[in-house]
Design a protein around this ligand. Sequence first.
Ligand code: IMP
Ligand code: MG
Length: 196
Amino acid sequence: MTDTRPSESSDRPPTGSLVPDPRLGGHRIRGVVFDAHQIQARVRELAAEISEAYGTEDRLLVLCLLKGAFLFTSDLVRHITLPVQLDFMVAASYGDAKETSGEVTVRYDPPMDLTGRAVLLVEDIIDTGTTLAALVPRLVEQGAARVDVCALLHKREPTAVVEARWVGFDAPNSFLVGYGLDHAEDFRQLPYIASL
Ligand code: IMP
Ligand code: MG
């Protein structure tokens, strides 16, 4: 019979143990920055604040920025106690890996009419802020009554000009993976956030 009890080992990599986390596929991580329990507790706090901040009349549309925000958004909406609609946005910024060109191309945006609606854009991490600086005005142009940003992580770079109304955690200035965040498409499945 399947053991349905929560498993400690799925929440944390077995650090300090001789057994590596099989999900790392042999890659090494420097350490866990936010573990699954911390993340889930913070997600519930954010969802409670978001549920307080809007009313039914706002017709809140939660927009998940793919791919990085997929786990964060799915956990977040499950704790929001307002009726919401959910859609996705896919954006790509061009340039080399270390410096963004500042050009953000939208590959998918929500087909519904945004006129008069509140939009909550959910992002995995704010680094330079280039992505949000392009997307927020675009949604406003499409008629959204207000656009708020909820970012799981914020690197607090001085270039990031877009205000995030909600931030999960201030991030250290290192490359982070897990809980949706990738490095070359690896590590998105991890329930914790690690530094590479
Ligand atoms: P921005 O436009 O510079 O704010 O970049 C935000 C995007 O860069 C995020 O949505 C992530 O996809 C990616 N990114 C920035 N920092 C990291 C990191 O530490 N790990 C993984 N992805 C990151
Ligand atoms: Mg990414």
